[in-house]
Write a protein that binds this ligand. Structure first.
Ligand code: 8Y4
Length: 289
């Protein structure tokens, strides 16, 4: 079975590092938002990011098999309120700088802010992960000038309202159409095709049926010729399938991670790094037999 589209470059140049995409890579979630559902706010005391705790978490993620570290300061869970641009920058930039200084890893910056994209690139970020696919003011130009690769994710609406009443006539066609449009916008802004990663945005303005349709059609998305990133870890869709609350969604998330890799995902974003790394190793071992 063909797992990868032959047109996908096996290497992604991320600043001064190169990510080998010939096997599925693991992106560890490092949240620096005070209200994050994944860390229960434990990185925050008195409203400030606890850098030591973040660095320990990064160290463990890398030891457990992560090859990218995703740092984000804006909560994008359903119903979340937007964060002020300056606050996001104050939270995230010191973390990016500190991680870049201490660890040999690709740092992905989860942001839609042009200012944070620019500043992060200066202090050692390796990838821009934008859930708004560079649609915010100045983002296309900032990303282009950073020289970094960009992950373009599909989202329907904004986090505050996206889960109210998701509707599509053809979810796969519409997500693919949106991503194609954003790829064209990137090309026009001077972002080369070999700097683009695509993501259908599981849970971002989608119900369970939409998510399952998109998941089942991952090979079609991969066939567009760009590396595909999949983020399903601990999400509502896992809860809906398994009936589990967020703190019990690891096994379901790991199963979906393995299936995503089998269906051609180049990068899997996950909270439970050690367990997900083992699942990806199993998929990689089976490839080609
Ligand atoms: C339900 C539960 C819905 C949790 C959303 C969430 C992705 C991402 C996030 C993703 C890329 C989260 C920043 C964390 N998800 N970036 N970011 N792809 N590229 N949200 O799927 O789990 S937010």
């Amino acid at each position: 079975m063909a797992t990868y589209s032959p047109s996908v470059s096996p290497q992604l140049r991320c600043g001064d590092r190169v990510l080998d995409l010939s096997t599925p890579q693991l992106m560890a979630v490092i949240n620096v938002t005070p209200d994050s559902f994944s860390d229960g706010g434990r990185f925050h005391r008195a409203g400030r990011v606890q850098l030591d705790a973040v660095l320990l978490q990064v160290e463990r993620a890398l030891a457990d098999g992560a090859t990218l570290i995703d740092v984000g300061g804006e909560s994008t869970r359903p119903g979340a309120a937007p964060v002020a641009g300056s606050e996001e920058l104050d939270r995230v930039l010191p973390v990016v700088a500190a991680v870049a200084e201490r660890f040999d890893t690709v740092i992905s910056v989860d942001t839609s802010s042009a200012a944070l994209m620019r500043e992060s690139a200066k202090v050692g970020a390796g990838l821009i992960n934008d859930v708004r696919a560079l649609t915010r003011e100045g983002a296309l130009q900032a990303a282009a000038e950073s020289g970094l690769p960009v992950c373009l994710m599909h989202m329907c609406g904004e986090p505050g309202v996206m889960q109210r009443r998701p509707y599509y006539d053809d979810v796969v066609g519409e997500v693919e159409g949106f991503l194609r449009e954003r790829v064209a916008a990137c090309a026009a802004a001077g972002i080369a095709a070999d700097r683009i990663v695509l993501d259908p945005g599981f849970g971002f303005g989608k119900n369970l049926t939409h998510n399952l349709r998109l998941f089942s059609q991952l090979p079609a998305l991969c066939a567009l010729g760009y590396p595909v990133l999949v983020g399903v870890s601990r999400k509502t869709m896992v809860g809906e399938i398994t009936g589990r609350p967020v703190e019990q969604r690891m096994p379901g998330s790991v199963a979906l991670a393995a299936l995503a890799a089998e269906r051609g995902a180049a990068i899997v974003r996950a909270h439970d790094v050690r367990e997900t790394a083992d699942a990806l190793a199993v998929v990689a071992a089976l490839k080609g037999f």
